[in-house]
Design a protein around this ligand. Structure first.
Ligand code: ATP
Length: 374
């Protein structure tokens, strides 16, 4: 639908401080990333990490304290919002209650004095794309949350912007609708081939939709990468535990020996686990061993590279079972087991930690070794 080629957005060494003196808040502490043309880039991170501030600066609603925002290489820091050709979709829809769906979608075009036929054409095309044809004469109060959010997206689409900015657009929707809208936005991105920057605190949303994810934490970027890169090759403990649900299991220990590309890790619980170093050289010393719940195997006692524990909880989700296992030394492990797993609460189990899927993090939380799956 977008007739012009989509824009690339570059964020370069951007900082943002609100206020001055002792009460100053350093919301962004030097942020760098690129959304390539036509890319769906998700910015993800915990509450207060600076996601909305980043988005507002790209939109021109907030000024950067330092650094550059570039659209296709052109610095736009001083360019007012109206001249940036970005369209924003917010969490709270922002629809006009007294207008119909049709009028809401067309509002921006009308204000821009777009010719009537063009407005009709674009509104009808957007309504088709978003399956809103049957609702065009209703008012927002007569719509479900998902339909309202689609109207807000429709209003953005008809403007045919260079860049779409989504700020937690699905937060007000219930779980089922969120999943549906996720799929719809991903399809829309595929259809429009537009550059989209999307902010969320929900890592599942980011994992399922993004071409590229920027993980933000306390005003700094922890890592930028594709969903699978972040999942399988996290740079540090923050990314390792923020991405993935249930979280990566973390077991404190110490590297006691490294030989032939294998590190021996003595866990606090007492077991020694061999970890493939994939050719990396590592120092001896304190580490955290990380392993994803789906990579732990339930095996017979006596097997190699194992820890033992007791089941404290089992969650039967149908297709899979989450077993919570107390493994001693304050380490609880979550194991993603078969849907028909029969282990009972209190049962002793032996968990194998395959050497090639273990991660090791140093005392500062930096990744020393990642698994070798990708
Ligand atoms: P959330 O997920 O809760 O929306 P966020 O990651 O979008 O959070 P921001 O809204 O970007 O976070 O805020 C980043 C930091 O800047 C927070 O500490 C916030 O309190 C602060 N902040 C944001 N706007 C202002 C402002 N206008 N004045 C002072 N501080 C602000």
């Amino acid at each position: 639908m977008n007739p012009t080629a989509p824009l690339a957005v570059h964020v370069r060494a951007v900082t943002k401080t609100f206020g001055t003196g002792e009460t100053a808040v350093r919301a962004l502490k030097g942020v760098d990333f690129d959304a390539r043309q036509g890319e769906l880039l998700m910015i993800v991170g915990p509450s207060g990490c600076g996601k909305t501030t980043t988005m507002r600066m790209i939109a021109g609603l907030e000024q950067a304290s330092a650094g550059d925002i570039l659209f296709d290489g052109q610095r736009v820091n001083e360019l007012p919002t109206q001249q940036r050709d970005v369209a924003m979709v917010f969490q709270n829809y922002g629809l006009y209650p007294h207008m119909t769906v049709r009028e809401n979608i067309a509002f921006g075009l009308k204000m821009a004095k777009t010719p009537r036929e063009e407005i009709v054409k674009r509104t009808s095309k957007a309504a088709d794309l978003l399956q809103l044809k049957d609702y065009l004469d209703r008012r927002p109060a007569q719509l479900s949350g998902g339909q309202r959010q689609r109207v807000a997206i429709g209003r953005a689409i008809v403007r045919e912007p260079d860049v779409f900015l989504f700020d937690e657009p699905l937060s007000n929707l219930d779980a089922a609708l969120r999943v549906q809208m996720r799929i719809e936005i991903a399809k829309l991105h595929n259809d429009l081939k537009a550059t989209m920057i999307y902010v969320t605190h929900d890592q599942v949303e980011a994992m399922t939709m993004a071409d590229k994810i920027v993980v933000l934490n306390a005003g700094k970027i922890e890592q930028v990468g594709s969903p699978l890169e972040l999942y399988h090759r996290p740079n540090n403990l923050f990314v390792a535990t923020f991405i993935g649900s249930p979280k990566m299991n973390l077991l404190p220990g110490e590297v006691t020996d490294v030989a032939n590309n294998v590190a021996s890790v003595l866990l606090q619980g007492g077991a020694t686990i061999s970890v493939d170093t994939h050719g990396k050289s590592l120092p001896k010393g304190k580490v955290t061993l990380g392993i994803r719940p789906e990579h732990i195997e339930l095996v017979a006692s006596g097997a190699k590279n194992t820890i033992s524990g007791k089941v404290t909880l089992s969650e039967h989700l149908g297709g899979e079972t989450m077993l919570y296992v107390e493994t001693g030394a304050l380490a609880q492990c979550v194991v993603k087991a078969d849907g028909l797993a029969r282990q009972k609460i209190g049962e002793a189990v032996t968990l194998a930690l395959p050497s090639n899927v273990c991660h090791l993090f140093d005392a500062e939380g930096r990744a020393l070794v990642n698994g070798s799956l990708i």
